[in-house]
Write a protein of this length. Sequence first.
Length: 403
Amino acid sequence: MRVYRFVSIALISMAIVAFGVACGSDDPTPTPVPASNSAAAETTQAPAPTPTPREVASKPAATPTPQVAFDPEAYFANKTIKVITGTSPGGGYDVFSRLVSATAKKYFPKSTRFVVQNLPGGGQYRGLRALLDSDPDGMTIGPVHSRWFQRQAIVGDIKDFDLEKIYILGSPTFSPRGDVFCVDSKVAKSWEDVLALGRPLLMGAAGPGNEPAVEFMSKNGGPFKLVYGYGGTSEIMAAFDRGELDFTNRCGPGTAGRLFPEWAEQGRLVPLFYEKSPVSPDYLATLGYTGKLPSFLDLPGLTVDPKQLEALQANLLVTDLSRVFILPEGVPDEVIKYWQDQFDKIMVDDGFIESLGIAGYTEDYGYGKSAEMLSIVRRVRDLDPSTRDLVLEMSGVGKLVVN
């Protein structure tokens, strides 16, 4: 019986201890164990120990969220990238769009497809609008004509074309290159003959702002008339070939020499002047021209106001923004970075440069990067108001329809 009572008491004691442990809290004061009545009568209870303040545990530092590396295979695999150009097939913007697309296949995931979409109209505005309205996911790029950079820098009314928010990838034709303006030999044999015609020469262009030197001379009494609405270089040259136009700057080695070499053989082209820098004397010799080709500013009978000249130089500066490839606003940073890395590789790719030569654009080639493009835009945007107004008036880009 004693053993049974001893075991029972032990078990009860253990249960009480276990219960006390289970009901404990973070309070540092130990939970007192109740004493028997007899113990309370015989012994004076000691005061409870003063709780010692416990140090508050510092909050653990937040674990940084790991950055997931951009995976181009997952993002671009089996996707179609659209390259939109606002010109007809066959012109320079179309050719460069196709060459960029063909070369990009080497640097994007193998299952990525590239298609070129031609949307001529409105001086290439139709193509620009489609590009700006596309989803900002990096699946649409395209080359933009200089007139739209000029319009936005001066007027700033093109929706979703904030020049600080779109992303400029660069241009494959940002380089000083020779140019030449020619009259059809069926019409005139010299500048003096042109002045004696009694009518203006007809020159084709996609839209206002495309030919700043000729537009400038036309506004100052020069014998020129711009005919707008052509879809690009190929359409303009076809119109010259059939006699619809009689004056052109598509008579250099990269245009006439490529698309209509018979013009030189037929003696069809008579060089009159250059705009920025002349083509090589060797090429001029193939057109039957000898001597020093004059700048348009040196032509007899042309007077230039100094303020107008400043505005003209700003217009000519913007024309360096030729075939500038962009991404629309809102494309994620990691997609932009990947695109820029691949675009850099495309622009210096040996096969790309070789293809340019085959297409007749060797003299046009020169890789201009985003910072250089933005620098030009900002210089025009920051002109004093009177000069900007004059640039707008002289260029004609204020007359462009943008809605």
